[in-house]
Write a new protein. Structure first.
Length: 196
């Protein structure tokens, strides 16, 4: 059996794979006297995949390897002891934890540690937060990520730049070396979503 698929590429270079949309788009182009750009026929035998996966003796030669979850060895990890003092709910609820989207992230000039984040916090006004995590992350790898910030800390000047909040990270020691992981959450969470 052979599968034939016609791919219509419209004037913007976008491929249209749906058969009904191809027919409609093609007739629209031709009715208007326009060019339908390029139509690519692609043919592929559906039986070819099955045949190639069989060896000469008729058994499957290509077996799908099961997905193995990465095992992490936490035996060498040291964490700080938990606090023994309790915080009452009213004190805790004064901290405003929000999801923020990284619009821009750059290294702060003349600083080995600081990264300057320009964040969307859902208010429509950009928020600047500085964080000393350059030893763990390069700025460009954080653009577009969704992070967690405390947004109601008083502004604090660092290297002449006002930082308005704090990004949350998880830290621990492993074989005497500090490890840091910036808390990143699902990108489906909108900027400004409050955490409880």
């Amino acid at each position: 059996m052979t599968l034939v698929c016609w791919i219509l590429v419209d004037k913007y270079g976008l491929a249209i794979y749906n058969e009904n949309r191809v027919k409609k788009r093609l007739s629209t182009y031709l009715d208007c006297g326009g060019l339908a750009s390029v139509i690519f026929p692609t043919m592929r035998s559906l039986d070819a995949d099955k045949a190639s996966s069989k060896s000469k003796n008729g058994t499957d030669s290509a077996q799908v390897a099961p997905v193995v979850e990465e095992k992490i060895d936490f035996s060498k990890v040291q964490i700080e002891p938990l606090f023994t003092d309790y915080v009452d709910f009213d004190t805790f609820s004064k901290s405003d934890f929000r999801a923020v989207k990284v619009k821009e992230c750059v290294a702060v000039p003349k600083s080995k540690k600081l990264l300057q984040f320009t964040l969307d916090d859902g208010t429509g006004t950009d928020r600047t937060i500085l964080s000393g995590i350059h030893a763990f992350y390069e700025p460009e790898e954080l653009v577009g990520k969704t992070l967690i910030a405390i947004t109601n800390l008083p502004p604090r000047a660092m290297m002449g730049i006002e930082s308005c909040g704090m990004l949350l990270s998880a830290i621990h020691e492993e074989e005497g070396e500090e490890k840091l992981h910036l808390l990143m959450v699902d990108n489906h969470i909108p900027a400004g979503a409050k955490l409880y």
